[in-house]
Design a protein around this ligand. Structure first.
Ligand code: NI
Length: 268
């Protein structure tokens, strides 16, 4: 399958200066409509829960609790439709234009904001979740499977924040059982101007693209429609750092999903 989109020189320049980019369509409407059904069925059956791939990003993720921000890691493992279509081909094309020909697939995840009560995803840099011994140059391509609005939780970015250092983070609510991370407020305020943040509403199947250091946020879903986001990562090969950093917020994490993953890996 051949890609059907490219980004322009102006868009590449915008991405380099601002650390994010918004595009109108990453694929066609029919693929988005069929992926929306596949997506809903994954969240209905909580695909991957027993192996730690499905969990509440914003809560303590106890069994029997209603999740405020359900997330599924590697949805294409459970639904190959996400890997087989034009969206993936176009996303790789765009990633190589932005990062270079060496850029390759870096994994996917899905974040679901239920209608009326889906929680916010606090300000963070994606790199804060990753391996502190590696240096990254990567992008995430964020695709809403319905319209994304300020009311239902579209993306917000701080322009230029891709040039900030990796800032200290903590588990949401300072609860180490919560998977999700939030940047520490004071160092963020010293490093960037949050009042310059830009909201990026999108049509269904549009996309925002951001760098691994770009500060980003999505609001709570106050609308009557669910907000479905599908996110693909692409990266240049990471480099080993001479001096590893200490992401202590990950070292002290006690998320139930980690236990489920460990149990599954042990074959228990
Ligand atoms: Ni993120």
């Amino acid at each position: 399958m051949e890609p059907t989109i490219t980004v322009s020189a102006q868009q590449i320049d915008f991405f380099r200066r601002n650390g994010f980019l918004s595009i109108e369509a990453i694929t066609d409407a029919s693929e988005i409509a069929s992926l929306r059904q596949v997506y809903d069925s994954l969240f209905e059956r909580r695909a991957g829960r027993e192996v730690g791939d499905e969990f509440d990003l914003a809560g303590a993720d106890q069994d029997g609790e209603v999740a405020r921000l359900p997330q599924i890691l590697s949805p294409s493992k459970y639904a190959p439709e996400f890997a087989e279509g034009l969206m993936r081909v176009n996303a790789l094309q765009v990633a190589r234009q932005l990062l270079g020909e060496e850029a390759d697939w870096g994994g996917d995840h899905a974040i679901f904001k239920p209608a009326l009560y889906g929680a916010e995803t606090p300000w963070h840099q994606d790199e804060a979740y990753w391996d502190s011994s590696l240096s990254y140059n990567s992008i995430s391509i964020w695709v809403p499977l319905q319209e994304a609005t300020v009311e239902n939780g579209c993306m917000w970015f701080v322009p230029g924040s891709q040039n900030s250092p990796l800032l200290p983070h903590h588990s949401i609510g300072h609860d180490p059982r919560v998977h999700g991370l939030e940047v520490d407020r004071e160092p963020m305020d010293a490093a960037v101007d949050l009042s310059s943040a830009v909201a990026c509403p999108l049509p269904p199947g549009g996309a925002t693209i951001h760098h691994n250091r770009t500060l980003h946020y999505t609001g709570p879903n106050t609308s009557p429609v669910p907000r479905r986001a599908y996110i693909m990562a692409f990266a240049l090969p990471p480099q080993k750092l001479d001096e590893p950093r200490d992401f202590y917020w990950n070292r002290i994490k006690q998320a139930p999903r980690q236990e489920r993953a460990a149990r599954a890996a042990a074959g228990a």
